[in-house]
Ligand binder design. Sequence first.
Ligand code: IPE
Ligand code: IPE
Ligand code: MG
Length: 244
Amino acid sequence: MKLNPPNIDPEFIPKHIALVMDGNGRWAQERGLKRTEGHKRGEAVLLDVVDACIAMGVPYLSAYAFSTENWRRSADEVRFLMGFNRDVLARQRQELHEKGVRVKWAGRRPRLWRSVIRELEAAEELTKDNTTMTLVMCVNYGGRAELVDATRRLAEDVKSGKLAPGAITEKTLGSYLYDPEMPDVDLFLRPSGEKRTSNFLPWQSVYAEMVYQDKLFPDFTPQDLFDAVEEYARRDRRFGGVKK
Ligand code: IPE
Ligand code: IPE
Ligand code: MG
């Protein structure tokens, strides 16, 4: 696909985009199709988004693929989503590798299908030295679960005497998260018309710029990503300070 990224000063390109891939079910239902048909369409869309990030020089993209709350869906849909995540990783990891994408997984291990974990880990292993960009696949991810998991590991270290409670800083807590290297989210992007974060990257997004778009994810295009980045670049970020 020929991409025409907007000409934006590199200073105003987000270093980390969090993308909520939402609206697949509605997209399918509007067409009289099964919800799963919408999920299937999302595969190519995500790959286009990766290309668009590379074209713009966005170094980190986190994609919300399955939340800790998505287990509430029908057994059929959950089963489909598990198998689908596994197969997308198996199908796409070589191409992502060839593009220089480093794939990482952020999420909770218990309950997640072993075959999905296997594919996530195989993709991580294959691509671990890549430097073009990082794609974090958030599978069985929940922001509260992430903080609980971090707290448990941190508490173990306090208990064993490795860490003093008084020495715990924001940086310390950050180092116990699923991906300790993950930069703060600059642009939090959610298509599908919903204006909420749905438990995605709360710790990392405290100063993120929120951009909500109405398109459903299966219709999402690189141009929508470019539009979101242009909007982001126009925002005045103050981080609690005052405008210079
Ligand atoms: C997002 O699309 C995919 C996942 C949550 C796995 P949805 O399945 O939530 O689609 P809508 O929001 O019901 O349209
Ligand atoms: C968020 O979408 C999770 C993913 C896209 C993976 P949901 O569709 O699950 O979120 P809610 O239910 O609308 O908040
Ligand atoms: Mg949804």
